[in-house]
Every structure is written in structure tokens, then in C-alpha cells.
Design a protein around this ligand. Structure first.
Ligand code: FAD
Length: 406
């Protein structure tokens, strides 16, 4: 709920992705004037869908979007791992997790999530087709400089420009290179069909350090209200392999020859024009996510392997924590400059360890799933045979409850 406003700031957010828009909304709800600047003229989310785990959904509820997101997303109540030939390794209910943390997960079409956030922020507050190239700190605040030669002054700058962030290196004071995690992910939406997977299950086929996933993702608000699956394929490959939609089906036929019937059926069914093929990168954990008058947020701050499904959820947590810190600091400090400095220090304290740990854990999990050390991957397959779900649920619960909303 919005709290009474002490001082209204002008806050500039660079990037209208999940991180930038969540932050803009959280700050608007506290009565601040927020301007979002987005490089592209029209946002077309890369990737089919995203699983919002309860820590992310809890932030959306705080921002008043929880019910909309639950309505647009899939009901995923069961989790199953299978071998590449379709033998069940483990099959368990996610209800104990969702019951314990008081919130279910919401797998949702990226386009639906993006649209929900855009509408909530209001497109009149977003300047599309404008790229931020630099910023300077001034005695009064911060000035952002754009590719059209114009500049904008603000009290606070939030850099939420994604994994490829150019401003990040300036902010942290040293170059930060992306690191290849070692595998390629193809992801796509297909009509939900019980012949592929049970409609409420998250099914994952694993073998030979590869993975295929089927996740119920709801209708995303499509006109027909037709339920869809969010599906992906992971294959360990060197960086820089050719990316040509005309070859996706043949590539996947080759990588998954001999796999279970649902995997083969999926490969024959998907529409390559709706598929994204991405090489997976992360960035090393950073020691600080702030500089005077500037906060780094979302993938720009902690681009991570998607193997915990936490990148977007962490961006939402960042947004909530930053907005709360700004609010608290303004209530405690009569001087806006001192309040901003205090808010940035609180944000840094709350987020550096949390996101650094998750980046590292996601990288370790990516390595285990994708065969960086074949013995570790085999040990994981063996472990899954004896898994009753409790250990997986415990790990998911730790990730969720480590967030700002418990
Ligand atoms: P982005 O989405 O990259 O947005 C940055 C925006 O900034 C873009 O719109 C860009 O155009 C704009 N921009 C860039 N530079 C500038 C500039 N200089 N000036 C102005 N605008 C600029 N996360 C989950 O929580 N759950 C999942 O299940 C999940 N699955 C994933 C699966 C895959 C295959 C991948 C690759 C990622 C997955 N993620 C998942 C991670 C999630 O997608 C990201 O963490 C999230 O999208 C990051 O949002 P962001 O706003 O920080 O960055």
C-alpha cells in the first residue's frame, strides 16, 4: 500500500524490462515522479515465458499486480523428473512448498508479464527509442546523457539495462565481462496437450547432460483462452554456434535422437518462428551495486544462469527493496541528498550478498545439470532416483524465504 509521501523525487530508470518497470511502479506508488527511458521503440520480450517463483509473485502482490498475474499464469502443482527415455525418476507435489511460503509459483508468458507491468506504469511515463550512453554526477543530483544528444536531470538514477549493461562498468569502477555458462537454450510456447505432459505438471527429461522441460504456463491472456506449455531444450555447446531458425528442428532432432515420445513430438510440433535460441551467460557477483546517486538493478547487477528461475524474481526483489529503502530514508532524513545516500547504502547492504549467492548457486546448478563434470551430473541423476521431493522443496523454500517478503 502507498504510504504518505514525505518528499517527492524525480527518479530516472534506464530500461523498461522486468527490473526497470517493477522499480518504476514501486517508486510511483510512493508518489515519486519516475521517467523510464528505453532504448528500443517497441519491446518484444526475448523468450517464451518465465516462471515467477513465490518470492517474485509476492512482490507483484505488494505492487497490486498479483491477482492479474495469477490469472494470466499456469497452475503448476506437481514436479517430475524423467530419464531421457521417459522413466520417472521422481514425481512429487509442490503444494507443501506453496503452502509453507503462502504463495504459489506463476509460470507466465513473457509478453503478458511485460504488458501488465507496462500498463501499470503507464506508457506516458516511458520514453521509447532513446538510449542512455552516460551519466554525470552534479552538485544537485545526476544527469543522464542520451544518444540523441539530449540530457535529463534527476535526483536518483536506476540502471536496469540488462545483462549487456554498458553503464555497469562505469558504476562499479572496473570492466565487468559476461561469462559463458556453457550451454544453449531453445525455448518456445506450444498448445498444452496431455499427450506431451500432464496439464498441471512441470516435467523435465534429463540425460547426457541435456534437458527438456514442459511447464504449464496458462493462457497468458490469449484471445482463445487456450492453455499453453512453456517448453525448453538445453544442450551443452561451445559459444558462437550458428543461430538459424530454419535449422532449429533439425538441430534438435539430432541432439535428442532416441529420447522419449513427448520430446520427439514436441520437436515435430513447435513453430520455429516463435522460438528463441539463447547462449547462456552470467556475470560475476559484484561487491557493490551502487555509486553516489545511482543504483544498479536486475540483470545489469546480477545477470545469472536461468537454472534456478530466479533472474526476473531477483529483479523484482531489487525493485521492492530499493523503493522501501527510499521511502524509509526520506522519512528519517529531512535532507533529500542525505536520504538518497542512506537509501543506496541500505539497498547495497540488503542486496549484494543475497544476489551474489544466487548468481553463484545458479552457475553451480547449471554446471551440474549440463555436465561440466560428468561424475557430478551422474551423481545428480542417481540422487533424483531416490528423491521424494523434500530436498528439492527445502532448497526452493530457502531461496524464496531468503527474499525481502519472507
Ligand atoms: P532486461 O529484460 O534485459 O531489460 C533491460 C531493458 O533495458 C531492455 O528493454 C533494453 O532494451 C533496455 N536497455 C538496454 N540498454 C539500454 C540503454 N543504454 N538505454 C535505454 N534502455 C536500455 N527469470 C526468472 O525469474 N524465472 C525464469 O524462469 C527465468 N527463465 C529464464 C530463461 C532464460 C532462457 C533466460 C535467458 C533468462 C531467464 N530468466 C528467468 C531471467 C530473466 O529473464 C531476467 O533476469 C530478466 O528478464 C531481467 O530483467 P531486466 O529488466 O533486468 O533486464
Amino acid at each position: 500500500m502507498p504510504r504518505p509521501l514525505t518528499t517527492s523525487l524525480h527518479i530516472l530508470v534506464i530500461g523498461a524490462g522486468i527490473g526497470g518497470l517493477s522499480t518504476a511502479l514501486a517508486l510511483q506508488q510512493q508518489g515519486h515522479r519516475v521517467t523510464v527511458v528505453e532504448r528500443v521503440a517497441t519491446i518484444r520480450p526475448v523468450g517464451a515465458a518465465i516462471s515467477l517463483w513465490p518470492n517474485g509473485v509476492k512482490v507483484m502482490h505488494q505492487l497490486g499486480l498479483g491477482e492479474t498475474i495469477e490469472g494470466l499464469s499456469g497452475e503448476m502443482t506437481q514436479m517430475r523428473y524423467l530419464t531421457h527415455t521417459g522413466k520417472t525418476l521422481t514425481d512429487f507435489s509442490l503444494a507443501p512448498l506453496f503452502g509453507d511460503v503462502g504463495q504459489r509459483a506463476c509460470p507466465i508468458a513473457r509478453a503478458a508479464l511485460q504488458q501488465t507491468l507496462l500498463e501499470a506504469v503507464g506508457t506516458e511515463h516511458i520514453q521509447f527509442g532513446r538510449r542512455c550512453d552516460d551519466y554525470t554526477i552534479t552538485p544537485e543530483g545526476v544527469t543522464a546523457h542520451f544518444d540523441d544528444g539530449e540530457s535529463l536531470n534527476a535526483d536518483l538514477l536506476v540502471v536496469a539495462e540488462g545483462m549487456h549493461s554498458k553503464l555497469r562498468s562505469k558504476l562499479v569502477g572496473h570492466p565487468v565481462e559476461r561469462q559463458y555458462v556453457g550451454y544453449v537454450n531453445w525455448n518456445v510456447r506450444v498448445p498444452a496437450d496431455a499427450a506431451l505432459a500432464p496439464l498441471s505438471h512441470w516435467d523435465q527429461y534429463v540425460g547426457d547432460a541435456k534437458r527438456v522441460s514442459f511447464m504449464p504456463m496458462g493462457s497468458g491472456g490469449n484471445k482463445e483462452g487456450a492453455q499453453e506449455f512453456y517448453c525448453f531444450f538445453d544442450v551443452p555447446l561451445p559459444a558462437g554456434t550458428a543461430n538459424d531458425p530454419d535449422h532449429y528442428r533439425d538441430e534438435l532432432r539430432e541432439h535428442f535422437a532416441g529420447w522419449a515420445e513427448p520430446v520427439k513430438a514436441l520437436i515435430e510440433r513447435f513453430d520455429p518462428a516463435r522460438m528463441a535460441r539463447v547462449e547462456i551467460y552470467d556475470i560475476p557477483p559484484l561487491d557493490s551495486l551502487t555509486a553516489p546517486r545511482v543504483a544498479l538493478l536486475g540483470d545489469a547487477a546480477h545477470g545469472m544462469a536461468p537454472d534456478l528461475g530466479q533472474g526476473g524474481c531477483q529483479a523484482m526483489e531489487d525493485a521492492w527493496v530499493l523503493a522501501q529503502a527510499v521511502q524509509r530514508s526520506l522519512e528519517e532524513n529531512a535532507d533529500a541528498s542525505a536520504a538518497i545516500a542512506s537509501a543506496l547504502a541500505q539497498y547495497d547492504r540488503a542486496r549484494v550478498d543475497r544476489v551474489g549467492e544466487i548468481v553463484q548457486r545458479a552457475r553451480k546448478r547449471a554446471a551440474m545439470i549440463h555436465g561440466h563434470d560428468a561424475t557430478h551430473t551422474q551423481a545428480w541423476y542417481d540422487e533424483l532416483k531416490n528423491e521424494d521431493g523434500q530436498a528439492i522443496i527445502d532448497r526452493l523454500k530457502t531461496t524464496v524465504t531468503g527474499g525481502p517478503l519472507g
